[in-house]
Write a protein that binds this ligand. Structure first.
Ligand code: MN
Length: 198
C-alpha cells in the first residue's frame, strides 16, 4: 500500500505564493486521490510489491495499464514537486557547485528561470515542466499529463506542476504568474543539487 507522504513544510509555509487552501486541495485531495486510485488498481497484483518508479517503468506505454501508469506517475510527480519546493528565503543561495553548472549551461540563474517559465507556458493542457540533467548538461523539458522526466533518459532535478489544479484557486487562469511566483521564490535548490549528485 502506498501512503501520502508528509509535506516537508506546513500548509501555509509557501504563502503568499501558494496558499494553504491550494495545498489543502492539491496535496490533500488531488495527490491523495492518485495514491488511493493506485492502491485500488494494484492490490493483489504483481505490481503491488514494486516501488513507484518500478510501477511507472513497468506500465509506461502499456495499453492495458494506462490507469496504473497515470496514477503511479502522478503520485511520483507530486512527491517530486513537493520536494522541489521550500518556503521563500531570499537569503538562501543556490549551492555553488550547482550555480557553476547553471552559469555554464544557461549563462545565468535568470535565464534558467526564464526558460523554465517558457516551458511551463508552452505545455498545452496539463503537464509538468522540469529542470533535468541529461548527458551531463542542465536542460529544461516538459511532459504532458502524467508523463515523467526519468522515462526520457533525463535525471529530474526540479519539477513544476502546471495542471490547472496547481494554480487555479490562487491565480485563476494566470499560469505565467503562478510559474513566476514559484520559480522565483519557492524552488529548493538544495534538492536540485542533491539530485544532480553535487
Ligand atoms: Mn498536481
Amino acid at each position: 500500500m502506498f501512503t501520502l507522504q508528509a509535506l516537508p513544510f506546513a500548509l501555509n509555509a509557501l504563502e503568499p505564493h501558494m496558499s494553504a487552501r491550494t495545498l489543502e486541495f492539491h496535496y490533500g485531495k488531488h495527490h491523495q486521490t492518485y495514491i488511493d486510485n493506485l492502491n485500488k488498481l494494484v492490490v493483489d497484483t504483481d505490481l503491488a510489491a514494486l516501488s513507484l518508479e518500478e510501477i511507472i517503468s513497468a506500465s509506461a506505454g502499456q495499453s492495458d495499464k494506462i490507469a496504473i501508469f497515470n496514477n503511479a506517475a502522478q503520485a511520483y510527480n507530486h512527491d517530486f514537486f513537493w520536494a522541489s519546493l521550500r518556503p521563500s528565503n531570499p537569503g538562501m543561495p543556490v549551492p555553488a557547485a550547482l550555480m557553476n553548472l547553471i552559469e555554464r549551461d544557461f549563462q545565468s540563474l535568470e535565464n534558467l528561470v526564464t526558460e523554465f517559465k517558457a516551458a511551463a507556458l508552452a505545455q498545452f493542457g496539463s503537464g509538468w515542466a522540469w529542470l533535468v540533467l541529461e548527458d551531463g548538461k542542465l536542460k529544461i523539458m516538459k511532459t504532458a499529463n502524467a508523463d515523467t522526466a526519468f522515462l526520457h533518459g533525463a535525471t529530474p532535478l526540479l519539477a513544476l506542476d502546471v495542471w490547472e489544479h496547481s494554480y487555479y484557486l490562487d491565480y485563476q487562469n494566470r499560469r505565467g504568474d503562478f510559474a513566476s511566483a514559484v520559480l522565483s521564490n519557492l524552488l529548493n535548490w538544495d534538492f536540485a543539487a542533491k539530485n544532480a549528485g553535487l
